[in-house]
Write a protein that binds this ligand. Structure first.
Ligand code: NAD
Length: 327
């Protein structure tokens, strides 16, 4: 079996590839993994270093917007797991064009190539942010999409294109919509690695607005397990929410991070709120739990402690990224 993993050098994609190649998913124990990645600022071969020696790994440097390259890499592929995207909301506010071309156009290029190659499974990795913002309760998969940022709007575009390739052409697409991920190898522009690395450097952490925006946190390994359940047994044409069950305001999260590195509250620096900042996300993930047996396995306290430890021990990973980009 050959699995094409787009964006497999990024945060979540590389966690998925490391899991597949280290034998965590028995159904894919013999799978050949082809990583297709442009290696933007967010992608790095270092993220695949732990499995670089695997004979089951092939890396192809390429752009999902490049139809010829995508057609070539799709030959002989049985399953696609599509992670590649521009993923940072703040960057989409500063400039949205790469978000539209990669997330929308690139996804359409992939879907078309997958259709022409007759792939047996296409998992489109979407996000809970496509639903918008919810004051109370939780979104089911039936909720209409109402994205608010250029990032989430571009992800909604790709999500709906994925759906359309199933409805129109019968491509066996399943879509996952997951809440906020954390864990090792996350680019230090996202809140947890940004705050931890700032605190480790003795720098203040910039907290948006009143700090009361609420997110549901999920360890990246749990997200990947959910994706794998969908890749193995998800129904074509279906959407599966994936959540973690740990809702925290940004202020609560910041307090936990400050405690984890032994700093104090004077390190919090309130900054002007993000434009269009969604107040709260919350997915109802009972469908994937009931249908595919999904349950998060990493408790937030343990997962966060291990993540803080990882960033403490892997300064050589994040320092060049942080100082080489405009984080
Ligand atoms: P990331 O930014 O860390 O990684 C993205 C990867 O895609 C990088 O390796 C990058 O080089 C690659 N890429 C970007 N543009 C490309 C292009 N045109 N062609 C080929 N490769 C390209 O992102 P992430 O946090 O790992 O997110 C992965 C996916 O999961 C995204 O689709 C994102 O929308 C989704 N998601 C993320 C979260 C989260 O909390 N991070 C939550 C839910 C869903």
């Amino acid at each position: 079996m050959r699995v094409l993993v787009t964006g497999g050098a990024g945060f979540i994609g590389s966690a998925y590839v490391r899991s597949v190649l280290s034998g965590k998913y028995p159904a894919f124990a013999d799978a050949e993994v082809v990583v297709f990645d442009l290696l933007t600022y967010a992608g790095s071969m270092t993220n695949l270093a732990p499995v670089a020696e695997s004979e089951r790994l092939r890396f192809v440097h390429g752009d999902i917007r490049d139809a010829a390259a995508v057609t070539a890499v799709m030959a002989g592929v049985d399953s696609v797991v599509h992670f590649a995207a521009e993923s940072h909301v703040d960057r989409s506010i500063a400039g949205a064009s790469d978000f539209v071309t990669t997330n929308v156009v690139g996804t359409q290029v992939l879907l078309q190539a997958a259709l022409e190659a007759g792939v047996g499974r296409f998992v489109h990795v979407s996000t809970d942010e496509v639903y918008g913002s919810i004051d109370s309760g939780a979104w089911t998969e039936e909720e209409p999409l109402a994205p608010n940022s250029p990032y989430s709007a571009s992800k909604a575009g790709s999500d709906l294109l994925a759906r359309s390739y199933h409805r129109t052409h019968g491509l066996p697409v399943s879509i996952t919509r997951c809440s906020n991920n954390y864990g090792p190898y996350q680019f230090p522009e996202k809140v947890i690695p940004l705050f931890v690395s700032n605190l480790l450097d003795g720098k203040k952490v910039p907290l948006y607005g009143d700090g009361r925006n609420v997110r549901d946190w999920l360890h990246v390994d749990d997200h990947c397990r959910g994706i794998q359940l969908v890749a193995e047994n998800g129904r074509a044409g279906e959407v599966y929410n994936i959540g973690g069950g740990t809702e925290l305001s940004n202020l609560e999260l910041t307090h936990r991070l400050i405690a984890a590195v032994g700093a104090d509250e004077s390190m919090i620096e309130p900054v002007a709120d993000r434009l269009g900042h969604d107040r709260r996300y919350c997915v109802d993930w009972s469908k994937i739990a009931g249908e595919l047996g999904y349950a998060p396995q990493v408790g937030f306290d343990d997962g966060l402690a291990a993540t803080v430890e990882w960033y403490t021990e892997h300064r050589s990973w994040w320092e060049p990224l942080k100082h080489g980009s405009r984080v």
